[in-house]
Design a protein around this ligand. Structure first.
Ligand SMILES: [Zn+2]
Length: 486
């Protein structure tokens, strides 16, 4: 039911929004810190200090625990955890993926989630790992879908999450998303992506997210289950994920690992703390390494939360400013595998273009991937419909003699040709590119010019260009147009 989610601003497939829950409104995108009732590094009620609005815990751990089971039923989950904000519970699907079986049924865990007062509950789905045989992925998906289909019978007024599975088969993910969406859930977690992130398979992760998005309605709130590292948040938000969860802030901290937006350091390898959060501005590396294990884990967990929520604030500001793509391009340069993720994202630009906003503040050329941004595709769609007259000039230099031509087009990297009338509008007017033409930018621009000429076969084109544009592609253009080198 998409009426629980309101989108306030959009950029790419990303959006800021409001998720309405029984325990308050959550500003998205956000990360839900994972709370294990048995191992509380930071108390739930303290989490708001770092920027958390909502948390997630595991109903299966509570269900199985002699210590917590009755207490949760008697006091309710919020009182038991001493947290008055929204709480989501997972169902044991994670334990199922790790241990192969769980001692609970779909019906009984949903009823338990309902009875302990969870805001958003998850049915007992089957998280199919990456790369399994497709037969297994399909079979497990059918089981998941049949469990999802009966979930509403047991959920009462609790909000329900409908996990999207399908392993690493993009077609299956899209089908799973479409069928799950048809069952009508409040949020849609994309499941079993942790193994992809653990092995840095960001290109595959992009496939999973985008193909799932294609099957879901554009307004469906999407939860990237098990993802919460600040390094990949901008990329995932740009692809349309609204909710994340992080056990890593605590697990990494216990292990001495220090998160940054560029990746993870082991605190023992650092001589400086490259962060200005309250922990890092009042402690040295030595303070951390000399501290006892518990204190060090606590301080690192605090830093990990601070850096995660700072990144989310920057992402939200970028969506409002319309420069999320620039942030994604910067973040994806922190690791070659992240760069692979960015390149895969650009493969989906024709899809992203359909949802992207028409006007933004900037278009910064930040590398070859910028040539494939949705704005470049949209600009060339726009040119398809232009009346180009019988004689048209395309020139890389302004101020030359244009007499004798019905139409004159200038050239902007990486867009290609554009009429003077678009000089002030987005993206042509707001685009900043590098001074020296690099070959990827040159080739992308010439490809776009070639496409423009091909789309208008009744016009005789003349292409006037500077020396820097000379390359095999200019010879391609010569087959269709008159060339003049300046
Ligand atoms: Zn810090």
């Amino acid at each position: 039911m998409t009426d629980v989610f309101e989108i306030t601003n959009k950029d790419l497939l990303g959006r800021t929004g409001k998720l309405y829950t029984p325990h308050g409104i959550v500003d998205t995108p956000t990360v839900m810190p994972v709370i294990n009732p048995n191992l509380r590094l930071i108390e739930p009620k303290e989490l708001k200090r770092y920027g958390a609005q909502m948390l997630i815990t595991n109903s299966y751990i509570i269900y199985k625990s002699e210590k917590w089971h009755d207490k949760a039923l008697q006091q309710g989950l919020h009182a038991m955890l001493d947290f008055d904000g929204p709480i989501m519970t997972d169902s044991g699907a994670f334990q199922l993926s790790v241990y192969g079986s769980v001692e609970v049924t779909n019906e009984s865990i949903i009823a338990f989630e309902r009875d302990i007062g969870t805001d958003i509950g998850v049915p007992l789905d089957i998280p199919t790992p990456p790369d399994v045989p497709i037969e297994r992925a399909k079979e497990e998906l059918e089981t998941t879908l049949s469990r999802l289909a009966v979930a509403r019978e047991y959920s009462g007024k609790m909000m329900l999450a409908g996990p999207v599975q399908g392993s690493t088969y993009p077609d299956l993910r899209e089908e799973a998303a479409r069928r799950t969406y048809a069952l009508d859930f409040d949020i849609y977690p994309l499941g079993a992506v942790v193994p992809l992130m653990e092995s840095y398979r960001y290109a595959d992760l992009v496939d999973v997210i985008v193909r799932s998005k294609m099957g879901l309605g554009p307004n469906a709130p999407v939860h990237l289950f098990g993802a919460g590292h600040p390094m990949m948040l901008a990329l995932a938000v740009a692809l349309g994920c609204d909710l994340f969860d992080s056990a890593a802030y605590a697990l990494y901290a216990k292990d001495g690992r220090y998160m940054t937006v560029d990746g993870t350091y082991h605190v023992g390898e650092l001589q400086y703390l490259p962060c200005s959060c309250p922990v890092c501005s009042s402690h040295s590396v030595k303070d951390l390494t000399d501290a006892d294990e518990k204190t060090r884990a606590r301080l690192l967990a605090e830093h990990n939360l601070y850096v995660t929520f700072a990144e989310l604030r920057l992402i939200k500001q970028s969506i409002i400013d319309g420069d999320l793509m620039e942030l994604v391009e910067r973040r994806c340069r922190s690791h070659p595998k992240m760069l692979s993720g960015l390149k895969r994202m650009m493969d989906y630009s024709p899809y992203i273009e359909k949802f992207d906003t028409a006007t933004k503040s900037t278009f910064f050329y930040l590398g070859p991937e910028s040539c494939r941004r949705p704005e470049v595709i949209r600009h060339n769609y726009l040119l398809d419909n232009l009346d180009t007259g019988s004689k048209a000039l395309i020139t890389t230099r302004k101020g030359i003699d244009t007499s004798g031509f019905d139409r004159v087009y200038f050239v902007k990297v990486p867009f290609g040709a554009y009429p003077e009338a678009l000089n002030e509008t987005y993206p042509i007017g707001q685009s900043e590119t590098i001074d020296r033409l690099e070959c990827e930018a040159r080739d992308a621009t010439l490809e776009n010019i070639l496409g423009f000429i091909r789309k208008h076969p009744d016009t005789r084109f003349t292409f006037v260009y500077d020396d820097a544009w000379q390359c095999p592609l200019t010879a391609e253009i010569e087959k269709l147009a008159t060339l003049k080198k300046l």
